[in-house]
Write a protein that binds this ligand. Structure first.
Ligand code: NG6
Ligand code: CA
Length: 514
């Protein structure tokens, strides 16, 4: 929609003349400059409003705030889902996760969810001549699945099978068993005399239990998280054995940072791609003691400070290695924020005026902007402009194609079916995106095209079908109503129908990228 008609339209809707943002006109780069290295840091459950330079609460992310001024802060970037597994699935495969059943929030003993024969983001990076590493949160399954994976032997297929030369991972989430680190498919500090077993059905004889032993927990659960007890904290799922291998939540952020730094140091003389998925600020929020009390917001705020500091340490390492000008850095989050996610960690009580999703409606698990619009910061010292904002529409599913384009490799036609090459927008804050629509997924899906967003009615389930009536969903006009308060569906049924059918077509076509 042209700017003038958009203004007129806003007026007609009664939104007045809200400040409009447009992408500037485009002197597009001809041949992309090629980053030697790519560092992709993905926070967990970090909300738009949790990052001070996006939100309104000062002081939560002092490093990121300063670091963002060295590059571009994107304001219209989205996670393809409002939970972790489907977002990460989409990032690494370039395929929306709803196309592959079974890619909802995975348990810790899930089988590897990504088909190792696919041309994935890390495989494309390998093909471009990079050494690839994945450190931190995985949550995409590993091994053969429940009852089949033997945690006491090399796990096969491991995460390395989808294109990582090096992996140091937690299998799922910090609140799920097995609570151990897995390095290149092998449990770290594994003791053959103390074999590990994992299941999600029943506890093992003699193991503590989150319900029975609740009084002894160092952090009580609020809902769920009452099965195995590891490091004094109730988890989802059960495990036995592996005492020496069990993680201490307080040390996790530092361990991931150390492994990420070691990977960069080891590969300083080669092109590398490093994915660092932090555990922060996912539950259980148990930061290192040096961050306890560092904010007035309790463990959730303190974990945010810890995340910020993890980024600082990794970037300082990059600088110390002299690699900052050779490295494109992308920092984002896998989904929107959640306050109480099942532990009594005072997140609600100490929230005060802090708004984790800022002015966006909804949270993690929801189809509203708060669920999927995420902070997205891009820095490449000496190559992209400083102190910029970009309104380009980006989905994290685009990273595969975009990084491939920057590295000069072309995915095959079938690969990365939903991943757009948005490298021009990444390098030039005035360039528009190459995509005009995004699909976000959760309990229900939403389809955004340009300024309009259509949310599928919940009772119809996850995806729309022929019987779903668009009229019972929701329609929002984001420029005038960024907080999705006014459902325009009754007023513009035709628009809703159009978007509903566009979504159906995207589902049927099996791909959305050109
Ligand atoms: C939910 C967990 C939640 C969190 C989420 C996954 C309960 C009650 N809730 O099932 O705590 O672990 O899964 O979060 O168990 S995500 O960011 O990895 O998608
Ligand atoms: Ca998450």
């Amino acid at each position: 929609m042209a700017l003038t008609s958009r203004r007129a339209f806003l007026k007609q809707l009664g939104f007045g003349c809200a400040a409009l943002t447009t992408s500037g006109s485009l002197p597009l780069t001809q041949t992309p400059v090629k980053p030697r290295n790519i560092l992709f840091i993905l926070a967990d459950d970090l909300g738009w409003g949790d990052v001070s330079c996006y939100g309104t609460t000062p002081g939560l992310t002092p490093f990121l705030d300063e670091y963002a001024t060295r590059g571009v802060q994107f304001t219209d970037a989205h996670a393809p889902a409002s939970t972790c597994t489907p977002t990460r699935y989409a990032i690494f495969t370039g395929c929306y996760a709803w196309r592959k059943p079974g890619t909802g929030i995975a348990q810790g003993d899930a089988a590897l969810l990504i088909d190792p024969t696919l041309e994935t983001l890390p495989k494309l990076m390998q093909r471009s001549g990079m050494v690839t590493g994945a450190v931190g949160k995985w949550h995409l399954g590993m091994g053969e699945g429940p009852g089949k994976t033997d945690w006491n032997k090399p796990i096969s297929p491991s995460a390395n099978a989808i294109g990582f030369d090096y992996t140091f991972l937690m299998a799922a989430t910090a609140d799920r068993t097995p609570c151990v680190y897995v390095e290149n498919g092998c449990v770290v500090n594994h003791d053959p005399a103390d074999p590990i077993e994992v299941n999600y059905q029943h506890n093992y004889a003699g193991e503590p239990d989150g319900i029975r032993d609740r009084a002894s927990l160092k952090m009580d659960w609020d809902f769920g998280h009452n099965q195995a007890v590891v490091n004094g904290i109730g988890r989802i799922g059960y495990m036995k054995g592996g005492e020496k291998a069990r993680w201490k939540d307080e040390e996790m952020a530092d361990i991931f940072v150390d492994k990420a730094c070691a990977f960069m140091e080891k590969n300083r003389d080669k092109p590398f791609f490093l994915y660092l998925g932090t555990n922060d600020i996912h539950v259980p929020r148990v930061p290192h003691p040096r961050f306890v009390g560092s904010t007035p917001y309790g463990p959730r705020g303190d974990a945010t400070r810890q995340f910020d500091d993890s980024v600082r340490r990794v970037i300082e390492k990059l600088r110390a290695l002299g690699l900052e000008r050779d490295t494109l850095v992308v920092i984002s989050s896998d989904n929107g924020p959640v306050v109480n996610d099942g532990y009594k960690d005072e997140a609600e009580q100490k929230l005060d005026t802090h708004r984790p999703a800022a002015h966006w409606r909804g949270t993690k698990y929801t189809p509203f902007e708060g669920g999927h619009r995420v902070p997205f910061i891009v820095v490449w010292e000496g190559q992209i402009p400083k102190n910029q904002r970009s309104t380009a529409l980006i989905s994290l599913v685009d990273l595969g194609h975009t990084f491939a384009a920057l590295r000069g490799v072309h995915p095959s036609t079938e690969a990365l079916p939903d991943s757009f090459d948005v490298h021009q927008a990444l390098l030039d804050p005035t360039a528009p995106s190459s995509r005009t629509a995004i699909i976000s997924q959760d309990w229900h899906m939403s389809y955004r095209e340009g300024d309009w967003k259509y949310v599928v009615p919940r009772r119809a389930g996850n995806a729309p079908n022929e019987k779903t009536k668009p009229q019972t969903g929701a329609l929002f006009y984001l420029p005038g109503d960024p907080s999705e308060t006014t459902n325009l569906i009754a007023r513009y049924p035709e628009k809703a129908r159009t978007l509903h059918h566009a979504l159906l077509n995207a589902i049927r076509a099996g791909r959305t990228r050109p």
